[in-house]
Design a protein around this ligand. Sequence first.
Ligand code: NAD
Length: 428
Amino acid sequence: MTAAQTDRLAPTSEKHSKFWQNAHLYFDRVYQSMNLDPLWRQTLSSPKRVLTVSCPVKMDDGKIQVFTGYRAQHNNARGPFKGGIRYDIGVSQDEVMALAMLQTWKNALVDLPYGGAKGGVVCDPKKLSMGEKERLTRRYTAEIMPIIGPDQDIPAPDAGTDAQVMAWVLDTYSMMVGHQALGVVTGKPVTLFGSVGREEATGRGVMNILRKFLATQHKTLTDVRVAIQGFGNVGYHTARLMAERGAIVVAIGERSSAIYDDGGLDVEAAARYYREQGTLKGIPEADQITNSELLTCQCDVLIPAAMENTLTEEVAPHIQARTIVEGANGPTTPGADEILRENGVTILPDILANAGGVTVSYFEWVQGLDNYFWDMKRVQDELQRIMEKAFDDVNAKADEADCDYRTAAYTIAISRVAEALRLKGLFP
Ligand code: NAD
């Protein structure tokens, strides 16, 4: 590695974004307490490969616009790289590197045979027409083609992307290799041999984890009032599944607005309105609140399911929820994490709570490689089994080490990846 590369990847460099630094703070905090060989620290905390691509796309007005894209591959000691593709105006190299690292820990924690990766394109997906989005996706896929593949790196949906985007990834890759390669991407439409249950899987996993945690407190979902930040794939399905099981969903928010009803919101009515209007602003059945009022509203459980760094040191002291379930990746900054723990708030961390999506992606990959497809019951049962086992592992580690759930989850995940590295040794 050259000096310039070392500097670029150094975790604490001032040049790096807060999110990248935060991902390292969480890693370092646990790694230092683990009695592991310090030699592996840099290997475990640096991405193995980061590809930056520029994607020229013909826009509907005939002009050419060049979009920047990334694919960060963090670690593959336990298997092929795996992680989502994000379309968002805030995407950066640091962001995908941090998300790829989190993905390594998440995949190890739920014991999937994968390493961690993440990709993204700097764009505002809401401002792209379908045709522009398709051309961008095909070009981005062609650009990252040398490093993806069913045995190398398997993308999936993340914020701003969906099953349609994954269908274009599948088609572009398949056209270029000359045969349909179902295993190259997950989160595909079910008619293109995606898995049933994948779309709701992250929300279902969030629900599974919260239900297991509540059982340790002799409670059920019917005992809790829930506020959810973010009303996209993760936020919507989480809200729906919670409400169906009797939880009272008092607040829901999206990027530009949030709503509140003390007696419980009608999640399906809000979802219909959001789909039609693209915002929750102006919805007649609920009170409008601000995004920060949502985070600090009176509720038992707060579920950040939007973006990273939304629970900050500023807002943390005012949070009334006693339990936080991280549906998003990296929503809580380390400073906020400390304040919340000191205030006795239990945090069910992202690498545990939102692992349902990648778990059903794993089922989809297995089904695609086998060309044999499961029914919904099997997907839901197997997802529940894996999520509950991961919760039990984390809960047992937290008891044994007398630590919080994030520390317990990181300890399990890092030791699994470190052990794989140790057993494989160095090449050459
Ligand atoms: P999405 O694009 O479907 O939805 C994002 C939602 O968050 C939208 O409602 C948007 O308006 C809202 N939002 C964005 N920025 C916000 C802000 N600053 N404040 C409040 N609301 C804001 O994305 P998604 O797929 O639901 O992903 C959400 C989070 O969950 C991301 O962190 C993603 O990495 C993580 N995640 C997603 C999956 C998955 O399967 N989609 C799996 C694991 C983790």
